[in-house]
Design a protein around this ligand. Structure first.
Ligand code: NAD
Length: 291
């Protein structure tokens, strides 16, 4: 069994970007600039946005964090996005999800200029991804593909089972794994909350991508010997033994599944860091399209 080490691969990706940014500076060119909008004070969102901004600083990108009140109107949020759309210095825009209930995710995503859509959620980006055209691929599935590539994990012809069909993880993951590419070329089964006989489907999988947000859902009896297991889940579970009062749990019961698998991602330290690295790559790409 080999651990797919997200910390290691993301560090390598960030180091490469750091060198590229230093080169841009030497040539007197513009450095990538990521603008993030955070609405409200959701604890997990604060953590995610915080680490995105810190990573920008670490690799030499410019970043802007716009904090808006939980009660902000949708109109004001859309106006803030439009301002970033027209700001020539801003290369990438992300609006941290989830948004408060009174704001439509769809209208927010559709307002972002597709050339700055580094999260890859805009329908233009999604359409291009489906057709395997160059575009911004959502950071989490993109990060997983980068990790499979880094470890030269053979995916061609394999049966991949993706659990979860969200627009940000499961569905794009199923599209990327089924594409005629390397990694890719899998036969994909996309499972969700209405799937019957999930256990049997998983038992037939060469690759399992668990992205459902149910702690330790995937157990050893669902995993074929030698399977490749990618754990996307991150759930905060109460843990009085921890100073912060919670620990992070993946969707896979790591201890028992890891002994059956050929490759597995840990939580934390697997898909999470790769998501940030992929976002940084998208931001660099957005900048280079103009540089
Ligand atoms: P979501 O809630 O939008 O989607 C969950 C999906 O799982 C749904 O499509 C649902 O149909 C499916 N599902 C729920 N219960 C199921 C069940 N019992 N059997 C089969 N399918 C079931 O979640 P999401 O935004 O896709 O995130 C999923 C998990 O990944 C969460 O834990 C989230 O925190 C985590 N996540 C991690 C990263 C990262 O960087 N590591 C990024 C995004 C999301």
């Amino acid at each position: 069994m080999q651990i797919l080490d997200g910390n290691l691969v993301s560090q390598a990706t960030k180091d490469e970007l750091k060198i590229k940014v230093a080169q841009l500076v030497m040539e007197g060119k513009k450095v990538p600039h990521l603008a993030a909008i955070l609405v409200g004070t959701n604890g997990a969102s604060e953590t995610y946005v915080g680490s995105k901004v810190r990573t920008c600083e670490e690799i030499g990108f410019k970043s802007t964090l716009i904090r808006l009140e939980e009660t902000i109107s949708e109109y004001k949020l859309l106006t803030a996005i439009e301002e970033l759309n027209t700001d020539p210095d801003v290369d990438g825009i992300l609006v941290q999800l989830p948004l408060p209930k009174h704001i439509s995710d769809e209208r927010v995503i559709n307002t972002i200029d597709p050339t700055k859509d580094v999260d890859g959620f805009h329908p233009v980006s999604v359409g291009k991804m489906v057709q395997s055209l160059p575009t911004f691929v959502p950071a989490t599935p993109h990060g997983i593909m980068l990790m499979l590539e880094h470890y030269k994990v053979e995916t061609k012809g394999k049966h991949a089972v993706v659990i979860g069909r969200s627009n940000i993880v499961g569905r794009p993951m199923s599209i990327l794994l089924s594409a005629n590419s390397n990694p890719g070329n899998c036969t994909v089964t996309l499972c969700h909350s209405q799937t019957k006989n999930l256990k049997e489907i998983c038992r037939g999988a060469d690759i399992i991508v668990a992205a459902l947000g149910r702690p330790e859902f995937v157990t050893a009896d669902m995993v074929k010997e030698g399977a490749i297991v990618i754990d996307v889940g991150i759930t905060r579970v109460d843990d009085p033994s921890k100073k912060r009062g919670y620990s992070l749990k993946g969707d896979v019961k790591f201890d028992e599944v890891s002994v059956r698998s050929s490759f597995i991602t840990p939580v934390p330290g697997g898909v999470g860091p790769m998501t940030i690295a992929a976002l940084m790559m998208n931001t660099y790409k957005a900048c280079m399209a103009k540089n």
